[in-house]
Design a protein around this ligand. Structure first.
Ligand SMILES: *[C@@H]1O[C@H](CO)[C@@H](O)[C@H](O)[C@H]1NC(C)=O
Ligand SMILES: *[C@@H]1O[C@H](CO)[C@@H](O)[C@H](O)[C@H]1NC(C)=O
Ligand SMILES: *[C@@H]1O[C@H](CO)[C@@H](O)[C@H](O)[C@H]1NC(C)=O
Ligand SMILES: *[C@@H]1O[C@H](CO)[C@@H](O)[C@H](O)[C@H]1NC(C)=O
Ligand SMILES: *[C@@H]1O[C@H](CO)[C@@H](O)[C@H](O)[C@H]1NC(C)=O
Length: 485
């Protein structure tokens, strides 16, 4: 099961090449092969904890993910230093919205009321009405029902991990439904259009009366690979919400990595400041058109790999779904509007925690893992009794800990610990008869060019928390998820 270190080194070499956006062809091929082999292994239901036992760590899938993240964040240092950004003035005016009004949430948990009484609160509405037992979803009073939408998500499970979450959007007139992975760590929307080598459903531009292609070439590098095409514009809709002339990349070529994914395209949900097209994101289009009840979207990511249920995840656009939470929301101010970044103080194990580390956390639904600097990873694992450096088997940055470990691992934001569910922390056993498991927090050597204070916070953490991305309020909300009940 161990990947030869030589192969791993060549994977990581891509992230550290002089031109990280243009990895050498031969090396990319290695990654593509790994990706395929990891997916080929995906057979039968994706159940992580089959009759009480744990799967064996799938090094190929994880290595591909790590390599991809190094590439995806290769410009993070520039962006977080304000270099090569699109002008901030391009962001939509959010005065219309203001920060999300969370008073009903506070009252709900202060009163420990039942949803039935919650529905009487004027600030709450439901799509089908309380009489039909609908879910309590918060928006603003006196807004039409069309001012928020739930996007159901499916979970792409591979190698015992939740590698991507994807939902459907409609493109063009009349609307053509295509699936897109949801990615808060990038800011471009793309789907394949007349893409000869693409293996998924494509957008049929000729069948849309509102399609326009600017002919401007653009390429975007992601965690999973690279796509290239031209900037196009058309109506893009989610249920009753739509944006006219939404810009997206009409992709003509995509790297093999994307062909293994379950979705056709990708929906970037970070800020226009880092868009490679220099265009507003779909969410920013909804904001600018004042289409939403609140200037937020909220994510609920279910634990498909552990529970074997690839459905049930969702994004609430313009709304907050109380039924996905078990406690009040706590807010953390954004430190930049590039990626969704917040300050992170460090990591904790049980009651022990690192001294304050002044990290920048990028909250990234498009990443399955948590990546921190080697130093932070070392500090973290040194607090877990029985943990061991696994770099000899898997390359620098990998650690194991006893599978039976009962300590609670947390990330610390604003001085408060936020736990990581043990099923998500655990990437699998070293081998069938091993008692050691590989941890989902992975260290990155400084030689790969990521800022030393950057922490990439992916689904290993985000499945434990209902996350509200408050664009208008410049903050991020964390509420305990029903996943942990
Ligand atoms: C797992 O299930 C199989 C049958 O499905 C059974 O034979 C085996 O003993 C079980 N293992 C454990 C550890 O429960
Ligand atoms: C309970 O909720 C109501 C609104 O439904 C609010 O007026 C009241 O202040 C709340 N009580 C407490 C103790 O928070
Ligand atoms: C967060 O930002 C708001 C608005 O700018 C400010 O009032 C508040 O003090 C900030 N909170 C913290 C903890 O910095
Ligand atoms: C934390 O880091 C930021 C830059 O990322 C810096 O501006 C700030 O001074 C640092 N704060 C402390 C207490 O070191
Ligand atoms: C916390 O730190 C103390 C002292 O350093 C140590 O004795 C204890 O085992 C640690 N607890 C955990 C859960 O690591």
């Amino acid at each position: 099961m161990n990947l030869p270190i030589a192969i791993f080194s060549s994977i990581l070499a891509i992230g550290s090449s002089a031109h990280p956006l243009e990895p050498a062809h031969g090396k990319r091929h290695v990654v593509a092969n790994l990706r395929r082999s990891s997916f080929a292994r995906r057979q039968g239901p994706a159940v992580k904890l089959q009759n009480g036992t744990q799967p064996v760590f799938d090094a190929a899938t994880v290595h591909t993910e790590v390599q991809g993240l190094l590439t995806k964040y290769s410009m993070a240092s520039d962006f977080l230093n304000g270099i090569n950004l699109n002008p901030d003035t391009a962001q939509p005016d959010t005065d219309y919205y203001g920060p999300f009004n969370d008073t009903p949430i506070i009252q709900y948990f202060a009163n420990s009321s039942k949803p039935s009484s919650l529905l009487k609160t004027p600030a709450l509405r439901t799509r089908t009405g309380p009489a039909e037992g609908a879910e309590p979803i918060l928006g603003l009073p006196n807004e039409p029902y069309a001012s928020f939408e739930l996007m159901p998500l499916k979970d792409d499970v591979a190698g015992g991990m939740d590698v991507a979450y994807y939902g459907a959007l409609k493109f063009g007139t009349p609307g053509q439904e295509l699936t897109v992975s949801v990615d808060t760590g990038s800011a471009d929307l793309w789907v394949p259009v007349a893409c000869p080598g693409c293996s998924h459903d494509q957008f049929d531009a000729g069948a849309s009366s509102t399609y326009h292609n600017t002919g401007r070439r653009v390429s975007v590098t992601y965690g999973a690979g690279r796509v290239a095409g031209t900037v196009a514009a058309d109506t893009v809709a989610l249920g009753a919400l739509s944006v006219d002339a939404q810009r997206f990349v009409a992709v003509r070529t995509e790297s093999q990595d994307f062909m293994d994914y379950a979705s056709s395209g990708l929906l970037g949900l970070a800020f226009r400041a880092i868009s490679r097209m220099d265009a507003p994101t779909f969410f920013e289009g909804l904001l600018a058109g004042r289409k939403l009840a609140a200037g937020i979207f909220s994510t609920h990511l279910a634990r498909g790999s552990a529970d074997g249920n690839a459905d049930g995840s969702q994004i609430c656009f313009g709304c907050y779904d109380l039924t996905k939470t078990t406690g009040p929301v706590e807010w953390h101010n954004l430190t930049s509007k590039t990626y969704w970044t917040v300050g992170m103080d460090g990591v904790a194990v049980g009651k022990n925690r690192t001294a304050p580390l002044n990290l920048t956390a990028a909250i990234d639904t498009g990443s399955s893992l948590i990546l921190v600097s080697d130093d932070v990873a070392q500090q973290f694992y040194s607090m877990i009794p029985g943990s061991q450096d696994a770099s000899a088997s898997y390359g620098s940055g990998f650690w194991t800990y006893p599978c039976s470990s009962s300590v609670t691992n947390s990330l610390v934001f604003s001085g408060r610990p936020y736990m990581i569910h043990k099923d998500d922390m655990n990437l699998g056993k070293l081998s069938d008869d091993s008692d050691d498991c590989v941890g989902g927090i992975i260290g990155v050597s400084s030689e790969y060019g990521l800022p030393a204070n950057l922490a990439i916070i992916g689904d290993v953490f985000l499945k434990s928390w209902y996350v509200t991305f408050d664009y208008a309020g410049s903050r991020l909300g964390l509420a305990p998820s029903v996943n942990n009940r």
